[in-house]
Ligand binder design. Structure first.
Ligand SMILES: NC(=O)c1ccc[n+]([C@@H]2O[C@H](COP(=O)([O-])OP(=O)(O)OC[C@H]3O[C@@H](n4cnc5c(N)ncnc54)[C@H](O)[C@@H]3O)[C@@H](O)[C@H]2O)c1
Length: 389
């Protein structure tokens, strides 16, 4: 294996500038050789800023370059399938932004392309790789395997435990500010709405969190393109409830996670702090930011809020700030990239493979059907374990 893998970035929009172009161009084990965007100005700007030698508006130039080992895709969603099919046929490994596909048939075709090409595909459903979520799952698993309770815990002795008592539940509260949404996720042809574009993150997180349980039933309500809720039930009783409001504010963290199980609460506050309740001896944990302009201000949620205030103070454009002086939570992007590169180098399983990418898309599609029909729908096992070679 080469000491440096040769990479190409396809799609040079907002996300690529925030994560990919920086992350790929600063790694010592990767040479970022190409940038590609259908908009020549975007390709030119990315090549100039990140010192990338080759630029193009046609991804086939990259696919036909024998030096390229892997591509990173951060285009709009509908462009994934043709790029992945061509890249897999040419033996290139693929790191693809979420959602992997916009609907099930596209997902099946991507699975087929990747498996026939014998390449690795990693979908950037990054929450599962964030240090905070990894810790949350480990603490929950340890409690589930061997529950410990405070000596003062009160237990009523008048009845037996009921069958549906003490089942694990993951509550995900998202509050977001939709004024920031361009057409990205909203255009039905290229985005498909917030459930397909964003909630795939939390559908995937729930599947990863409760694995090996499989999702079996889904109920959704609200609007598929903006605010909505989803309840996902797993085959051995675990549940995830997502409450996603687009009427919130950037003045407060976007994501809150709470797991309850067997008289305990495991709580994660915007990827910087985990708090644990009901389990003796489990202390709170702090997690550093991916990019922190104020490390001297400390760690944890309170410090994060103070940092955020300092960050936006005197600014009139928070989006511009992201490029000039980034302050980025560690939502798992770097760990996912590490995991993908390790999978390619050492022929290991992808940290979020084509099946996981398909499942998130299928569940999102099923949630939209549920919301439109206003009823609970099954998640058939044959749909989430497709047999494709
Ligand atoms: N994992 C995450 O947390 C996360 C966060 C934000 C965005 N994203 C994902 O990143 C992707 C891009 O989002 P964005 O906000 O940067 O959008 P964007 O519109 O700013 O950028 C997309 C870019 O892709 C280019 N493009 C479209 N089709 C192309 C093609 N066929 N070949 C080459 N370039 C093409 C467009 O010209 C544009 O510059 C989306 O899939 C989004 O879901 C992921």
């Amino acid at each position: 294996m080469k000491t440096k893998l040769v990479a190409a970035q396809i799609g040079c929009g907002k996300f690529a500038w925030q994560q990919d172009l920086h992350n790929l161009s600063t790694r010592s084990d990767v040479t970022l050789k190409w940038v590609c965007d259908v908009d020549p100005g975007s390709a030119r700007a990315a090549a100039g800023h990140f010192h990338v030698p080759e630029k193009t508006t046609d991804f086939m130039e990259i696919v036909n370059d024998p030096e390229v080992d892997f591509i990173k895709i951060a285009t709009s969603h509908e462009a994934h399938l043709p790029i992945i099919e061509a890249a897999a046929r040419a033996g290139k490994h693929i790191f693809c932004e979420k959602p992997m596909a916009m609907y099930d048939e596209e997902g099946w075709k991507i699975i087929r392309a990747v498996r026939r090409g014998g390449v690795k595909l990693c979908v950037d459903l990054n929450r599962r790789m964030s240090p905070a979520m990894q810790a949350l799952r480990q603490r929950w698993l340890a409690h589930a395997a061997s529950p410990k309770h405070h000596p003062w815990r009160y237990i009523e002795k008048v009845r037996e435990l009921l069958p549906e008592e003490n089942l694990p539940h993951l509550l995900i509260r998202i509050q977001d500010e939709s004024s920031s949404y361009g057409l990205g996720h909203l255009n039905p042809l290229t985005g498909g709405g917030e459930i397909i574009g964003e909630s795939v993150h939390w559908l995937d997180l729930a599947c990863w969190f409760f694995a090996p349980q499989l999702p079996c039933e889904i109920t959704a309500w609200g609007s598929s393109r903006l605010s909505h809720g989803i309840h996902l039930r797993f085959d051995r009783g675990a549940c995830m409830t997502l409450d996603f409001s687009c009427s919130g504010t950037f003045d407060f963290p976007k994501e809150l996670y709470e797991v309850t199980d067997n008289a305990a609460l495991f709580r994660s506050l915007c990827f910087v702090e985990n708090d644990y309740y009901g389990v003796p001896g489990l202390d709170r944990e702090f997690f550093p930011l991916q990019e922190d302009p104020f490390p001297e201000m400390g760690d944890g949620e309170e410090a994060y809020m103070r940092k955020y205030r300092a960050h936006v103070e005197n600014s009139t454009n928070s989006k511009l700030l992201e490029r000039t002086r980034p302050m980025i939570l560690d939502k798992g992007h770097l760990n996912m990239l590490d995991g993908f590169i390790r999978a390619v180098r050492e022929d290991l399983p992808s940290p979020c493979d084509e099946l996981a990418g398909f499942r998130a898309t299928y569940l999102a599609q099923r949630a939209i059907e549920s919301l439109e029909l206003k009823r609970t729908l099954s998640v058939p096992v044959e749909k989430i374990t497709p047999c494709i070679l």
